[in-house]
Design a protein around this ligand. Structure first.
Ligand code: NAD
Length: 323
């Protein structure tokens, strides 16, 4: 039986990944500082502990794994990443996790480690035009991310690739672009735009206005979780080390996304654009490289994934009101 370790298994993407690996017949160990908030894990073994702690890290990487997925990070949406208040934590926590996990894998002679970087590492000056952002993989340098979160991702990408060069490892690096779907954080300050907008629309009453940070003309693309998992596994098992974008090329303005969700709700709701942290003006995935190297790229329309996500967040809101 093949074995996999998922670091960050108590989180959004890690939780979905555990389910997919189990469905494929893997024996799976999940690790996280907390249990999954929204459902019971199906992992065969789930260790709760802090991956910043080197000895805990060594204790969960105590055997060979065919595949290791490193998704654990101190992360959140714009309200967490772009205010500047959490910069030291974000950099220290995530870098320490990556240093520990990678070195523990190396010492166990584990070769295959997947690392989830982020589109936040792309230079901000290439993302000032909302209609024409540049996010091809080769535009990463000279580096100039707009957040410390992005700088840490860049550092860690380089760390994984350095272990490939110097220690004969086969790490794989993806740059995720705004992943969304059910079972993700939808409140509390760490939620990202799609879940936050779904929540605002779900709680709004007929005739209300929902608040949106910025002028709403900033553009993004959003990738549904199932496609993220598919791309992750394809890259992890391929001969291509990356870094490569895993994202959607279906770009939309934030107000456009809000209107899509409002339409799904069937409610008459308006938008109030207010001051708030927004990040770059435009960002979109560029899927030429993944298509070329893996012969695959995400294709599911945004609206299909958003429908499932809105229904899930709506159900959470209703359950909360009832409780
Ligand atoms: P998430 O916050 O839901 O999951 C991350 C998990 O890491 C959490 O469950 C958290 O408890 C865990 N963690 C944090 N610190 C830890 C520690 N010290 N020890 C053990 N566990 C710890 O986030 P996600 O959306 O599932 O993202 C997974 C990965 O993908 C992250 O590395 C993130 O930076 C990256 N990424 C995500 C997106 C996205 O849109 N969701 C975009 C780009 C990159």
């Amino acid at each position: 039986m093949k074995t996999a370790l998922v670091c960050g298994a108590g989180g959004f993407i890690g939780g979905h990944l555990v389910k997919r690996l189990k469905a494929e017949g893997f024996w799976v160990r999940g690790v996280d500082i907390k249990f999954h908030e929204y459902e019971e894990t199906v992992a065969d073994d789930f260790a709760v502990g802090d991956l910043r702690d080197q000895s805990f890290c060594r204790s969960v990487i105590d055997r060979h794994f065919d595949e290791v997925y490193q998704l654990a990070a101190d992360m959140g949406g714009a309200g967490y990443i772009f205010t500047g208040e959490n910069d030291a934590d974000v950099m220290h926590n995530s870098a320490t996790i990556n240093l520990n996990v990678l070195d523990a894998c190396h010492k166990r002679n584990i070769k295959r480690v997947f690392y989830s970087s982020s589109a936040c590492m792309y230079p901000s000056h290439n993302q000032e035009d909302p209609d024409n952002p540049l996010c091809s993989e080769d535009s990463a340098y000279p580096a100039a991310p707009d957040s410390e979160y992005g700088w840490e991702k860049l550092f860690s990408e380089r760390l994984y690739l350095a272990y490939n060069r110097n220690h004969g490892m086969q790490c794989r690096v993806a740059r995720y672009h705004n992943i969304f779907g059910p079972l993700g954080t939808w409140r509390g300050g760490k939620e990202k735009a799609p879940a936050a907008l779904c929540r605002k629309v779900a709680v709004a009453r007929e005739g209300d206005a929902i608040e949106i940070w910025g002028d709403g003309k900033q553009t993004r693309s959003f990738l549904f979780i199932d496609e993220c998992i598919e791309g992750t596994l394809r890259l992890a098992r391929s001969a291509f080390e990356g870094p490569v974008n895993i994202g959607s090329e279906e770009m939309i303005t934030i107000n456009g996304l809000a209107n899509m969700i409002i339409d799904m709700s069937g409610k008459r709701i308006s938008i109030a654009n207010i001051d708030g942290p927004t990040g770059v003006r435009g960002r979109n995935s560029d899927n030429r490289l993944i298509q070329q190297r893996l012969g695959w790229a995400p294709s599911r329309p945004l609206a299909a994934g958003m429908r499932v996500t809105y229904d899930w967040v709506h159900a959470q809101v209703m359950r909360n009101i009832a409780a």
